[in-house]
Design a protein around this ligand. Structure first.
Ligand code: EPU
Length: 417
């Protein structure tokens, strides 16, 4: 068990470099199994979710090497065997293996994936995609056995623009016979990254980043090189840190368009933010204005940034209203923020944040990854010492968070207990 300890109140100045996107990398790594050659992925973030995927790759017999940011995967020697429940449930993205193995071998045996406990997170749309392409899905409790004599392109209309179901359907369709069209597809930048990666291997995918994606199946996928895009959620988290405590805090190596919804919301609040090429510079100001926020699929305001943003809403002069439309249980950070001095009421999918309130350091718990990020931000602002338990959640998704924040002036450390 590890804890993070933060002494609040220190200004943040200097620059933070953003790492590769967790939610891209966790799809690219399993997608690499579809290649019959060697795949090189650059800008891989050093986070524990990647270690968990590595474990699955090695369990299946892939040859994996990691050298700094570069991961090379040779899956020519893999054996398609059942992936045990204890490793499937370590993270949500384990189910991308389900699709890659089904796409390549037309059979897979695996268990329901894990992931942060922020709502029910069913996989019905993924299973709908598999079935549309001709697979039979046998469910036995948490275990799925999925097989097909032949995978054939089909039209798949997703009930909601699910990131996971979009990626999973692409992974199965790339080697299926004929054309697959995904309607109401998710438009997140991570999906474009996955489609480009597969196209670099020889796949034929068009329309990624729009709500209609067309995939023409091919027989063979080969060697490729791909870079993981910068993590827009990590970037957003540090931009919010800058809005709370920044004195010309620079966040570098970002794709500004990917954080547009956040930057615009911050400008509406009155935050001082300068955009310069692939960087932004943020300085904390007084007298922030309250705002209304509603989470939506890309390019709307990302659910993954609503918990970090809530910390900043506690500093606005007046009442902000934030509505979470994607997950039904993503407010587990609120009781802890209230213990630290915030005034936040929850009413079903909405929170009402009254501010400004002073925050004071307390012992709190990271219930999930982004709740953890919210509490780190609160700790940076709070008077005194904040201690965060269960920080394994945070380390799943933020590369070197302690080092990055320390380098810009935060007093933050991690303790093994
Ligand atoms: N949904 C269904 N059925 C499905 C699939 C999704 O009902 O078959 C629902 C979910 O329950 C949820 C909504 O649709 O209410 C959106 O789920 P989606 O499938 O888009 O999410 P995901 O693929 O499971 C990814 C990210 C999440 C991020 C969401 C939304 C990964 C590994 N995870 O999850 O990231 O919140 O997209 O952008 O890519 C995080 O990084 O903290 C995180 C939770």
């Amino acid at each position: 068990m590890k804890k993070i300890k933060i002494e609040g109140g220190h200004k943040l100045t200097g620059s933070i470099q953003i790492s590769g996107a967790k939610n891209s990398a966790v799809a690219l790594v399993p997608a690499s199994l579809l290649s019959d050659g060697i795949v090189t992925i650059d800008n891989i973030p050093n986070i524990s979710d990647i270690d968990a995927l590595n474990e699955i790759l090695e369990y299946l017999g892939a040859k994996v090497s990691r050298d700094g940011l570069v991961m090379k995967i040779d899956s020519s020697s893999i054996v398609n065997k059942e992936i045990p429940e204890d490793i499937s449930k370590k993270l949500r993205a384990s189910y991308y293996f389900m699709s890659s193995l089904l796409g390549k071998y037309k059979k897979v045996e695996m268990y329901f994936p894990g992931g942060c406990s922020i709502g029910a997170r069913p996989i019905d749309q993924t299973l709908k995609g598999y079935r549309a392409l001709g697979a039979t899905v046998v469910e036995d409790g948490n275990k799925y056995t999925i097989f097909a004599d032949e995978l054939k392109g089909a039209e798949v209309y997703l009930d909601m623009p699910s990131v996971g179901a979009t990626v999973n359907t692409i992974l199965v369709a790339v080697k299926a016979k004929g054309v697959t069209v995904i309607e109401n597809a998710a438009k997140e930048p991570e999906i474009v990254n996955v489609a480009t990666f597969l196209n670099n291997m020889g796949a034929k995918i068009t329309g990624a980043g729009t709500s209609t994606i067309r995939i023409t199946g091919v027989e063979h996928l080969g060697n490729c090189y791909m870079e993981v895009i910068p993590d827009r959620i990590e970037a957003g988290t540090y931009i919010i840190a800058g809005a709370l405590m920044g004195d010309k805090l620079r966040i570098e190596n970002i794709i500004p368009e990917h954080v547009d919804s956040l930057i615009n919301k911050l400008k509406e609040m009155g935050v001082s933010i300068k955009e310069e090429g692939d960087a932004v510079e943020v300085t904390a100001v007084d007298n922030l204005q309250p705002v209304n926020v509603k989470t939506l699929g890309y390019p709307g305001f990302p659910t993954d940034l609503q918990q970090p943003l809530t910390t900043l809403l506690t500093q606005c002069h007046g009442q902000s209203v934030l509505e979470e439309t994607i997950y039904e249980n993503r407010f587990q950070n609120i009781p802890y923020l209230n213990e630290m001095g915030a005034k936040i009421d929850i009413n079903q999918r909405k929170i009402y944040v009254s501010g400004p309130t002073s925050l004071v350091g307390k012992e709190v718990v990271a219930t999930d990854l982004r709740a953890g990020a919210c509490l780190v931000l609160a700790g940076l602002k709070a008077e005194g010492i904040t201690v965060i338990d269960n920080v394994e959640h945070i380390l799943r998704g933020y590369e070197n968070i302690i080092g990055k924040l320390t380098s810009v002036g935060a007093k933050i450390e991690i303790e093994e207990i």
